[in-house]
Write a protein that binds this ligand. Sequence first.
Ligand code: ZN
Length: 495
Amino acid sequence: MDKKLYITTAIPYVNSTPHIGNAMDYLLADIWARYQQQQGYEVRFQAGADEHGNKIAAKAAENGLSPQEYTDQQVVGFRKLIEAVGAGVTDFVRTTDPRHVAAVQYIWKKLQPYIYKGSYEGWYCVGCEAFYTDKEVQENAGVCPDHQKPFERVKEENYYLKTSAFTDKIRDAIESGEMTIVPDNRRTEFLELIKDGLQDVSISRPRRSLSWGVPVPDDPDQVIYVWIDALANYITVLGYPDIDGWQLYWPADVQVVGKDIVRFHAGYWPAMLLGLGLKLPKKLLVHGHVMVGGAKMSKSVGNVVDPLEVIDNYGVDAFRYYFSRHVPTLDDGDFTWERFEMTYNNELGNDLGNLMQRVAAMIVKYQAGVIGQSEQAEHDMSLYHDAMDNFEFNKAMDEVWSMVRSLNQYIDNVKPWQIAKGLGSDPEAEPHLSDVLAHCAGALLQIGDLLVPFMPHTAASIHAMFEDGVVHPPAGMMYPKIYQHTADPRNASNQ
Ligand SMILES: [Zn+2]
């Protein structure tokens, strides 16, 4: 049994509530995982939580909790989102897990040949926990736009990882296809970014400026900064270094990341892996951002779309449908409640839901529910599979929908109810009708197969309705019409 695959998602920082970007990570990884499972692969699917750092410590203090108590609370929301999205995560890691902490310290020691101590002076924002360049500070008149606080001049001793030493190897890996960045424009962007080489990255902070984190081994004054701690999760969750079996899953087949964190995953992370003597991930799948009516989601604007609100009101498959088909896998996408409702009513309700019910009703009415044999050929699915292999899930769904629409058209053209009028008088009518309806049921089962990665509940309903030669009509309407949000005042600003 050599068919083991591994897919990862970026671990969110748990100081805020889960958002649509997290949901996209889980959804895309889950679609891929289900598709591979359908092909007979065993898939390990990681998710997790990034739980160290000053912002966590500050939020915890605000709430009168210890940082650990605070993250224990916060992580619940992310687990809930994973479940709501229907993501079949097999491994969940928290960076505060004692086993992860011990593995990070092991990694630190193992990277010693590439770690040196240096001093750094620069402009720092405590809120961002990040240094800024002179240019950035000037552009913002000395005040962090996110926190409305003046940048501070800070000088500190840090440990650095010699990322620069790995530039050539990383570039070669990307150019040779050993580590692919999908889509191609992200790959080009990253190669451009490192054309003058990667800069060494600061990987620790003095304890006085970072209180909540993994201690640097053998240096009580220093704490490991986010990069090594967070990025290491992709291997520690598998059991690296001390629980056997991780070797079966590393290198990862796919690492799903948002477009804003490509440089860490294509630069720092491969440098760490090379320093550890490990292989690089095979693919970075970079997805875009979801906008609302063409605008960036922002709390201050008040246009944030809560993935749980979509799922709770319309069901998980409707959520998965919209965000896999109407948000391009490899680019930015857009959401409005109005557009969501329109696609729900037209595409799920009319195109698919009615089709299922129509076919089931005719087989019940004309053939007492018994599905005959069809002579007609199956649809060619190579475009669908090509799209899946190229991580263009939206195009794969377009293929499925073109099958749904042609089947609707076929029924409108063939008019089984007309053929049925000949039953009893025309001896051709019965075999003809049986062939037509069997073809419809067969095509729906094929559509059901193609929907398994995307809409598992709908796929299961289709199979339950048509699979054993007898129709089992559904108890209720599939995708009943909805009207709630068209009148929602939140839509007014989006139109
Ligand atoms: Zn800031």
